[in-house]
Design a protein around this ligand. Structure first.
Ligand code: SAM
Length: 241
């Protein structure tokens, strides 16, 4: 999977790309991340990409010309045309099903806003997929772009050491509920013991315990996830006589 990121702060990604799962996935050729500095398309001798809003008001707005020309130039690179995402608090909200949808695309181009956001004509001309990572306002789209990259790469085959874990994660396609409690050694710490069932090696009992834990946690914390479909999946079907 290929990611292209258009930003005025490409250096923000350097440490992020050089660590952990992401670095391993890049080194293994499973994903690639291409950073593009929007200022290269400013067409301005001071490399300015923003200007004051028409009609007045606070802050600055990112100009339409650098963004549209940068996107056209980036689109002409690489094998597959990118799915263009514009990060904005006004977009459709990121969730695991949205991540699953995005992870099926061979290539994403992520447009990171700053200041008061983009000139409306960026949206009118490019018709991007507008995505928000939640109902709060960040200073820029870079953190949101990293969240999308991070969530998507977990679903790219071969990126996770243990393929199973992305299917059992909270909200994931294998388990739309919250994941239950997890334990590792030691068996007891300050009087807190690991549940006996996890120590017995009976995989069927462990699976039943985990399913019950997941259901209980979801009921307590996120009952909105218990949709009629999820309840039906967990309700034993009566045999017809
Ligand atoms: N004035 C804009 C508004 O009220 O909708 C907010 C602009 S914000 C300060 C600057 C940039 O940060 C946005 O253009 C967007 O790229 C990014 N951003 C802020 N909050 C975001 C969120 N919740 N999800 C995705 N991107 C966000």
């Amino acid at each position: 999977m290929r990611f292209d990121v258009l930003t005025i702060f490409p250096a923000m990604f350097e440490s992020y790309l050089g660590q952990s799962l992401l670095k391993k996935a890049i080194d293994a050729g499973k994903i690639s991340v291409h950073l593009h500095d929007l200022r290269e398309w400013s067409g301005d001798k001071h490399n300015k990409v923003d200007d004051r809003p028409f009609g007045g008001g606070p802050g600055m707005v990112i100009r339409v010309q650098p963004v549209v020309e940068a996107v056209e130039a980036i689109q002409s690179q690489g094998d597959a045309p990118p799915h263009v995402i514009l990060l904005t608090p006004q977009g459709r909200k990121l969730s695991q099903p949205v991540v699953e949808e995005l992870a099926t695309k061979p290539r994403l181009l992520l447009l990171c806003g700053r200041y008061e956001g983009f000139d409306q004509r960026v949206i009118d001309i490019l018709a991007p997929d507008e995505i928000s990572i939640g109902d709060y306002v960040l200073n820029g789209g870079e953190v949101a772009a990293m969240a999308i990259i991070d969530a998507c790469i977990r679903l790219v085959p071969g990126v996770l050491g243990d393929e199973e874990s992305s299917h059992t994660d909270s909200f994931s396609s294998g388990n739309r509920l919250l994941e239950g409690a997890q334990y590792t050694r030691p068996r007891e710490y300050r009087g807190h013991e690991v549940p006996e069932v996890l120590l017995g090696g009976n995989h069927q009992q462990i699976a039943l315990w985990r399913a019950a834990e997941s259901l209980q946690k979801t009921t307590e914390r996120r009952s909105d996830l218990l949709t009629p479909e999820e309840i039906a999946k967990r309700t034993p079907q009566r045999k017809r006589s």
